[in-house]
Design a protein around this ligand. Structure first.
Ligand SMILES: Nc1nc2c(ncn2[C@@H]2O[C@H](COP(=O)(O)OP(=O)(O)OP(=O)(O)O)[C@@H](O)[C@H]2O)c(=O)[nH]1
Ligand SMILES: [Mg+2]
Length: 208
């Protein structure tokens, strides 16, 4: 199997067919959810847009920036029968009160509007323990009932041994973490991409 053919079975799904669909900044604009969805969330600068670009093997499908707060809107991408969603990051100290309120409303509305979310990737920087905002997000996802999987980003910044130690760290830093999958990932080296494809493939096959 070529790595770009992530859905085996009856029909091969090719990641090169992904298309940017639309972008929304206000909860009221969010389109209804008419296809299975996979969302990417996490704090600003954690690497959500970079992960999307790596997974879809594109340089700038999603916009990446060294400046936190780059993705301020909810961005939709379509690949055959699955919609992928790049969510705006949280925890960026320099945003205004009104911008934080807009973010909160957008996220509340997004996660409470009965979307067909089949999987949420929650991204955490592998180098650091989860922040207070990350812990809030983890609890929020648990309460929402949507299945989610933790992605530990920027793994290229640590040796394999230090990655292993941080994995053990996250197991203790996150309550009841035994039920969570945690996947080290690097948008630089491609570490973890095959595990992501396996999760995407499972969803694509379920919905055929
Ligand atoms: N070394 C390394 N740097 C990364 C990786 N992923 C992202 N980065 C860098 O981290 C910064 C932020 O990446 P983005 O992908 O824009 O992060 P984001 O989570 O989409 O950020 P917002 O849109 O602000 O919420 C950029 O400078 C990226 O180059 C990674 O796997 N390894
Ligand atoms: Mg982004």
């Amino acid at each position: 199997m070529r790595s770009s053919d992530f859905a085996g079975g009856r029909k091969t799904m090719n990641i090169n067919n992904v298309k940017f669909e639309t972008s929304f900044g206000l909860a009221a604009q969010l389109p209804p959810s008419d296809l299975p969805e996979i969302a990417f969330c996490g704090r600003s600068n954690v690497g959500k847009s970079s992960m999307i670009n790596k997974v879809f093997n594109r340089k700038s499908l999603a916009r990446v920036s060294g400046v936190p707060g780059k993705t301020a809107t909810v961005n939709f991408f379509l690949l055959e029968n699955i919609r992928f969603i790049d969510l705006p990051g949280y925890g960026y100290a320099k945003v205004s009160k009104s911008e934080k309120a807009r973010w909160g409303k957008l996220m509340d509305e997004f996660f409470s509007s009965g979307r067909a979310l089949e999987l949420v990737f929650l991204l955490l920087d592998i180098r650091h323990p989860p922040s207070a905002d990350d812990q809030i997000m983890i609890n929020f996802l648990r309460e929402s009932g949507y299945p989610f999987s933790v992605i530990l980003t920027k793994a290229d910044k640590l040796s394999k041994e230090r990655q292993r130690l941080r994995l053990e760290g996250f197991r203790e830093e996150i309550e009841n973490s035994q039920s969570l999958t945690m996947t080290p990932f690097s948008a630089k080296t491609g570490q973890g991409v095959d595990e992501i494809y396996a999760m995407m493939r499972a969803i694509a096959e379920e919905d055929r």
